[in-house]
Design a protein around this ligand. Structure first.
Ligand code: URA
Ligand code: SF4
Length: 218
């Protein structure tokens, strides 16, 4: 019960019919769930509202939490390399996360990333919806299972859906989607692959998926 009371959801903090700048200004006030309490700051998004491709990640990591910008850490570097390799101009991309505060567990001095719970994804969803409206992307790319769950509103197996362009009507989503969706792996999954050949193959697959998404965006 206490858990439920701690998560009213972000809705009351999200300004109606707001542009991206207005959303960014409002986000630090959000108390939609308890994650704001231990995080350094909210990490909202990066990129222009005019972008045609929206990339949705999971949640900010340690570096992002400290810097207040999404995808500035190791996973962000992999993602930027993949975007470049796919030949997608960075100005054409809007980067955000399913959950806007860093969830972690303290171990001594270290902060260990902890996956957001479904309750956090649901609580934070009003921000993502407001971003869909403000950016009105031509394609949404969900990076990993958390993002896919947030975007589609249902549990998703990446292996079954990855790399396919899902049209809004056919995506089986619980709510209306703004654009076709493409689900792919999260760039941090690549960082965990030890074998260099396997990692290179996973990178190529991510680049291929981003290319597919870019060609669906026109
Ligand atoms: N991983 C994410 O999903 N998002 C970030 O912003 C950084 C790492
Ligand atoms: Fe609000 Fe999302 Fe942060 Fe929770 S994680 S406080 S819902 S912005």
């Amino acid at each position: 019960m206490a858990e439920l009371e701690a998560r009213p959801g972000a809705e009351q903090w999200v300004p109606a019919a707001a542009g991206v700048d207005e959303l960014r200004l409002a986000a630090p006030q959000c108390r939609g769930c308890e994650l704001w309490r231990d995080a350094t700051q909210v990490v909202f998004s990066r990129g222009r509202a005019s972008a045609s491709m929206m990339l949705v990640g999971e949640q900010p990591g340690d570096r992002e939490d400290l810097e207040g910008e999404p995808f500035v850490g190791p996973a962000g570097r992999v993602l930027a390399d993949a975007v470049d390799a796919a030949g997608i101009p960075r100005e054409g991309i809007y980067l955000t996360n399913a959950v806007k505060h860093f969830r972690f567990e303290r171990r001594g001095k270290r902060r260990i990333h902890e996956k957001p719970a479904v309750g956090h994804i649901v609580a934070c969803h009003p921000w993502l919806e407001a971003e869909f409206e403000a950016v009105d992307p031509s394609i949404v790319v969900a990076l990993g299972a958390t993002a896919a769950r947030a975007v589609l509103g249902r549990p998703v197996r990446i292996g079954q859906l990855r790399g396919k362009v899902l049209l809004p009507d056919a995506a089986g989503s619980a709510s209306a989607l703004p654009a076709p969706i493409l689900v792919t792996t999260h760039p941090s999954a690549l960082l965990r692959i030890e074998d260099a050949d396997d990692r290179a193959a996973a990178f190529t697959a991510l680049v291929d998926d981003l290319r597919t998404a870019a060609s669906a965006a026109v």
